[in-house]
Design a protein around this ligand. Structure first.
Ligand SMILES: *[C@@H]1O[C@H](CO)[C@@H](O)[C@H](O)[C@H]1NC(C)=O
Ligand SMILES: *[C@@H]1O[C@H](CO)[C@@H](O)[C@H](O)[C@H]1NC(C)=O
Length: 112
């Protein structure tokens, strides 16, 4: 079977403008993977505020879709092939896609 290439973009957003130290960093920023591969995105943030961490999906010409909201340390949420984890001690969150499909091509955003 021919495998498609899937391109995902990843960005971070600042939702809380209150704290200017609320930096959010993500890696990688662009990723091309083969259909069927597992992929992980990582997001670090510097804020110690206990606000929720959000993962969104954005498709071209569509509005943002909220995928996950995480708030407690060690929390893991799963929705189909998507899974998100949060580590509040390291101020780190990951989004994992299992067995990527063409339909996963999108922009994913991590927001704090
Ligand atoms: C997040 O932090 C970890 C550990 O400090 C570091 O290895 C990683 O490169 C950082 N990632 C980003 C996107 O800054
Ligand atoms: C992807 O992850 C799933 C579940 O963790 C695992 O069973 C599978 O072997 C992984 N596939 C690859 C290609 O690493």
């Amino acid at each position: 079977m021919e495998k498609h290439l899937i391109v995902v973009l990843i960005f971070s957003l600042h939702l809380s403008c209150v704290n200017s130290e609320d930096l959010v960093k993500q890696s990688p920023q662009t990723l091309t993977i083969q259909e069927g591969e597992n992929v992980s995105f990582h997001c670090n943030y510097s804020s110690s505020s206990s606000d929720y961490l959000h993962w969104y999906r954005q498709d071209v010409r569509k509005s943002l879709v909220n995928l996950f909201i995480l708030f407690s340390n060690g929390e893991m949420k799963q929705n189909g092939r998507l899974r998100a984890t949060l580590n509040t001690k390291d101020r780190h969150s990951s989004l994992h896609i299992t067995a990527s499909q063409l339909e996963d091509s999108a922009t994913y955003l991590c927001a704090k």
